[in-house]
Ligand binder design. Structure first.
Ligand SMILES: Nc1ncnc2c1ncn2[C@@H]1O[C@H](COP(=O)(O)OP(=O)(O)OP(=O)(O)O)[C@@H](O)[C@H]1O
Length: 315
């Protein structure tokens, strides 16, 4: 590892953003002390419902929004101390397609490289067209490209300056299944070639398919931040809903070890791993505690449900 390759591609500490209310609009604290570290070489998913603060965070990294507090570093560069250098190490693919319909692909990439001040000899326009599968469309105006090609051209524009970190903002919002798969393959390819990817999405399935790590943002705060594998292991837990013949005021001592919720006087809810043994142990303990059972149901919480639970816990 060289000095130029930090362990963390993005580091955010105590990040705060307060939008001041203007013209009768109320102010809003969009980020409430966010800490995140995105390892170099990873595909990192930033998830959250509408208004959680994802765009605000990305825009701070990209130098488009001024933060109210905390620190943000991209590829080791502090976005406040050296905004130009920070912009040079980051590529952003925005949510909206922002292409001039009459501009050919090659020209779009050339203009973008010009904006970054890259001398003609150092530009990688043809290489990018090749990688993006757009070489034979280099002179075709953007409006004649398919939806997938346009998306790839947007990615190309974000890569003209060869940034080590790429942000994809909702890359597959409103995109059909085939195109989604193509984009995912392409993101994986970029990542294999060394680019660290930060991806925002509303779709848990997308994050699950692509990301090594996932952070969930809700109402300006990080409510989960773990490897995708660890998050999914948590999600694999089953729920055992036990209806009781007689009401309970509190969880009996003999059951506390299982950490159940007494969701009503007549219902205990247990979460357990699918190891084949847990239900037997829970029911044994219920029997030992002399509790009469009037009904049992099991339930597998799905991804959306756990996501919502985490998110709603905050609001
Ligand atoms: N310029 C602004 N002025 C005032 N409030 C704003 C401004 N931009 C965003 N907000 C508010 O800040 C909060 C976070 O918004 P942000 O766009 O960062 O969320 P998001 O997670 O990206 O949402 P989405 O998934 O809908 O894009 C929201 O309540 C939003 O209304």
């Amino acid at each position: 590892m060289t000095q130029h390759e930090p362990l963390m591609a993005v580091e955010v500490e105590g990040l705060e953003k307060i939008y001041q209310g203007t013209g009768g609009r109320r102010g809003k604290q969009a980020l409430k002390g966010v800490n995140l570290a995105i390892p170099r070489g990873s595909i990192f998913g930033l998830l959250g419902p509408n208004g959680a603060g994802k765009s605000t965070l990305i825009n701070i990294l990209a130098g488009l929004v001024r933060k109210s507090g905390g620190h943000a570093r991209v590829w080791g560069v502090d976005v406040d101390r050296d905004p130009r250098a920070a912009r040079a190490v980051l590529g952003v693919v925005p949510q909206e397609l922002t292409l001039d319909p009459y501009f050919p692909a090659r020209a779009a990439l050339e203009v973008q490289a010009g904006l970054f001040g890259i001398p003609k000899a150092a530009r990688r326009t043809d290489e990018l067209l090749e990688i993006l599968g757009l070489a034979d469309k280099a002179t075709a105006p953007a409006r004649s490209l398919s939806g997938g090609m346009r998306r790839r051209l947007m990615v190309g524009k974000a890569l003209v300056h060869n940034p080590p970190v790429l942000v994809l903002d909702e890359p597959t919002a409103g995109v059909d299944v085939t195109l989604r798969q193509q984009l995912w393959d392409y993101v994986r390819l970029l990542n294999r070639n060394g680019t660290t990817i930060l991806l925002t999405t509303h779709y848990l399935q997308e994050a699950e398919a692509l990301c090594d790590r996932i952070a969930i943002l809700a109402d300006g705060q990080v409510v989960a931040n773990d490897t995708t594998a660890a998050l999914l292991r948590g999600l694999e837990d089953q729920e055992l809903l036990v209806d009781l013949a007689e009401p309970l005021a509190s969880v009996p001592d003999g059951l506390r070890v299982f950490g159940p919720d007494l969701t009503s006087p007549h219902r205990l809810v247990f979460r357990y791993a699918q190891d084949g043994n847990s239900v037997r142990r829970i029911l044994g303990a219920m029997h030992a505690a002399d509790l009469r059972i009037s009904g049992i149901t099991t339930r597998q919480p799905d991804l959306e449900e756990v996501f919502l639970k985490l998110v709603q816990g905050q609001s």
